[in-house]
Ligand binder design. Structure first.
Ligand code: AMP
Ligand code: MG
Length: 349
């Protein structure tokens, strides 16, 4: 009898300790690591150290797969080899097929403003490994670049892909982080049901809440003063956010700042927006839409965001004084800083 009591008491003590650890608001574990040309982080609350380490490994492994498959900086990545094969055709993996399907979906949904075939223009303007141009490209140079852009010219099925037009290339930098977050998040959610925040280069997806009375909150940067924020965004469990901005990666030519986001219709950097933040149910949509809404700008982008039930967005135009335009559905989740309260306007459809 006595012998069985001791383990029971011990078991109970361990269960209580675990319950204490699992309580939201328990200890936070945070790991940061470099990957996909940026920094990833995973914050886990209420887990023991071993669980947090195991979850971090899951995220790292998932992101590594994306890096090896889609990097343009790795000459023998699958995407680099597909780009090199061009019009000849190339045997693709299931992961590449999934990525191309996703790109086709958001290219169609955004009226072609999300278009990963902007790669030649991205490089020409000095991004993704391209050299900074000596001057703003001439109209005929832009016309030549435009002829190599258009996701409709990417022909693919489950087994192979080819470009219908010579010298096309793909750059999935506008969506790969979002897809990678979702794939990692699915695996993390299957392994752990406590609070966590997964961040890849500022794009985030969360589970649970860090405290019973407090949801995950993130600051939305002021594009004009990067060490300050314009407000705080609350992320309900399962939701995701992404921001596209002109303040992280840009080139300056003749005193004008050009961003790394290309308008596929002109082959030139999109103008008009300083930052677009999207809140929605997953990171794939958040990433694709933040890039597309940045290209579309306040009017057309505002209309698209207002029309899509599952997408909420916040636009900061690239002009002074600072304005913040938000879809109505974003308002319950966004609290502007007191000094920017007057700057907030609601987008009416
Ligand atoms: P993001 O920061 O998610 O807005 O993605 C920007 C990156 O996506 C750029 O650095 C390019 O690699 C790529 N990109 C640029 N313009 C576009 C576009 N119109 N559609 C899709 N991807 C783009
Ligand atoms: Mg994006």
């Amino acid at each position: 009898m006595k012998g069985s009591v001791v383990p029971t008491v011990l078991t109970l003590a361990i269960l209580l300790a675990l319950a204490g650890c699992r309580k939201p608001g328990g200890r936070a574990h945070e790991r940061n690591w470099p990957v996909m040309g940026t920094v990833a982080s995973l914050t886990v609350r209420g887990a023991d150290t071993a669980t947090a380490a195991r979850l971090t490994t899951i995220a790292q492994e998932t992101f590594d797969v994306f890096n090896v498959r889609f990097s343009l900086y790795i000459p023998d990545s699958e995407l680099s080899r597909l780009n090199a094969a061009g019009t000849n055709g190339f045997a693709i993996s299931a992961g590449m097929h999934e990525m191309l399907e996703i790109c086709r979906r958001y290219h169609a949904l955004t009226g072609g403003t999300f278009d990963p075939t902007v790669a030649p223009a991205v490089q020409h303007w000095g991004f993704s490994g391209g050299d900074k141009p000596a001057a703003v490209p001439e109209p005929d140079t832009l016309a030549a670049l435009r002829s190599r852009i258009g996701f409709q010219h990417v022909q693919f099925d489950t087994d192979q892909a080819r470009f219908a037009v010579p010298d096309m290339r793909l750059d999935v930098g506008g969506i790969a982080k979002g897809v990678a977050i979702d794939r990692a998040f699915e695996r993390l959610a299957a392994a752990y049901d406590g609070p966590l925040l997964l961040n890849l280069g500022g794009e985030m997806r969360v589970q649970g809440r860090p405290e019973p009375a407090r949801p995950w909150r993130i600051g939305v940067r002021n594009p004009f003063a990067r060490d300050t924020i314009i407000g705080v965004l609350e992320l309900p469990s399962g939701m995701a956010t992404a921001t596209s901005g002109n303040y992280e990666r840009f080139v300056t030519l003749d005193g004008t700042r050009y961003s790394h986001i290309i308008d596929p219709r002109t082959a030139a950097p999109a103008t008009g927006m300083a930052g677009v933040t999207v809140l929605c149910a997953d990171s794939t949509v958040a990433d694709a839409l933040s890039t597309a809404l940045f290209v579309l700008g306040l009017e057309a982008g505002g209309r698209l965001a207002a029309r899509l039930d599952t997408v909420e967005a916040l636009f900061v135009p690239d002009r002074q004084p600072l304005q913040i335009h938000a879809t109505e559905g974003l308002l319950p989740y966004f609290t502007p800083e007191p000094e920017w309260r007057e700057a907030l306007q609601v987008i009416v459809e």
